[in-house]
Ligand binder design. Structure first.
Ligand code: BV8
Length: 249
């Protein structure tokens, strides 16, 4: 693949690496992307469902959609892209460098692949909360018996994710901004780069003179210095092998 060597060399030299991921990194695990027809569910566009207004208007439909995604995530397995990112973390940290994975994904697959130094900007599907009290619960592996499911404090259960118009968890966003401000390389993997403030991190990395690299099956609006076009499950293992001559587990 053309262009992989300069990126591998930059990773080898890097003292600080940030990886920003989106739904595309989980496509090869069989999970749907968020945008495009592949992401639609029962004829509905996800961007019209991932809002507090949609939940208030139709709590049954929105919670059924999220429960289907929760069960799909639990049934899915990390793919070579997730594993390569976990290996990259081990290589960078093992060489005394700083590493942070910043994911927009809510499926928990990065953690299951072994990523440790990471933040979830948009929450996590496997945790739900009472929409009135905020009391969190972790539902079992079976589907909810009713939609919306009753919460522990009399409200409806909603997924513990960040909907459009809701604020991101401040600690996660701050950790991401700090890591980006001092990174040498930022990989932008499997994201359409249109959702803020996550997408804004790419410009912040470029402003910090980092080498910015997109890994995607197509070019996106992300203003990066390098583009490695191809499925993340193929590109990332090759990139990590090339950079560290190590085989991701
Ligand atoms: C907020 C919930 C303060 C969980 C999601 C500044 C400018 C403009 C707009 C705004 C701004 N600030 C705030 C906004 C508004 C809004 C926003 O950004 N709107 C956009 C659409 C214009 N942002 C917010 O509301 C955020 N909150 O800022 O609070 C505030 C409050 C009130 C008023 C103003 C400000 C909250 C954002 C979070 C929203 N919640 N999801 C869930 O259901 O999952 S975001 C949603 O999009 C998903 O979580 C997803 O993570 C995220 C990004 O999508 P992607 O991950 O990129 O996925 P997508 O399908 O789009 O793309 C997949 C990519 O993978 C594609 O490029 C594809 O080519 C590629 N691909 C496919 N296969 C592969 C692959 N790549 C590699 N390998 C493959 N095999």
């Amino acid at each position: 693949m053309d262009g992989i060597e300069p990126v591998a060399a930059a990773l080898r030299r890097a003292r600080g690496v940030v990886v920003l991921t989106g739904a595309g990194v989980s496509v090869e695990s069989g999970l749907r992307p968020f945008r495009g027809r592949d992401g639609w569910w029962k004829g509905r566009d996800p961007t019209t469902l991932a809002t507090p207004e949609a939940f208030e208007a139709d709590p049954s439909l929105v919670s059924e959609w999220y429960d289907a995604r929760r069960l799909a995530a639990l049934a899915a397995a990390p793919n070579p892209a997730h594993e390569a990112i976990a290996e990259l973390e081990r290589q960078v940290v093992g060489a005394g460098g700083r590493f942070l994975l910043v994911t927009q994904n809510v499926d928990g697959l990065h953690q299951r692949a072994g990523s440790v130094r990471m933040v979830e900007l948009h929450g996590n599907l496997t945790v739900w909360r009472d929409h009135r009290s905020g009391q969190r619960v972790t539902p079992g592996p079976a589907p909810f018996e009713a939609y919306p499911a009753p919460g522990p404090d009399g409200g409806w259960l909603r997924p513990d994710v960040v909907w459009f118009g809701e604020f991101l968890p401040q600690a996660a966003l701050s950790a991401a901004a700090v890591a980006v401000a001092s990174c040498d390389v930022m990989l932008v993997v499997g994201t359409s780069a249109v959702v803020f403030p996550a997408a804004g991190l790419v410009g912040q990395a470029a402003a910090a003179a980092a080498v910015t690299v997109e890994v995607n099956v197509e070019a996106t609006p992300a203003a990066v210095g390098h583009r490695l076009i191809g499925p993340a499950g193929e590109v990332l293992p090759r990139l990590v092998r090339e950079a560290f001559k190590a085989d991701p587990r």
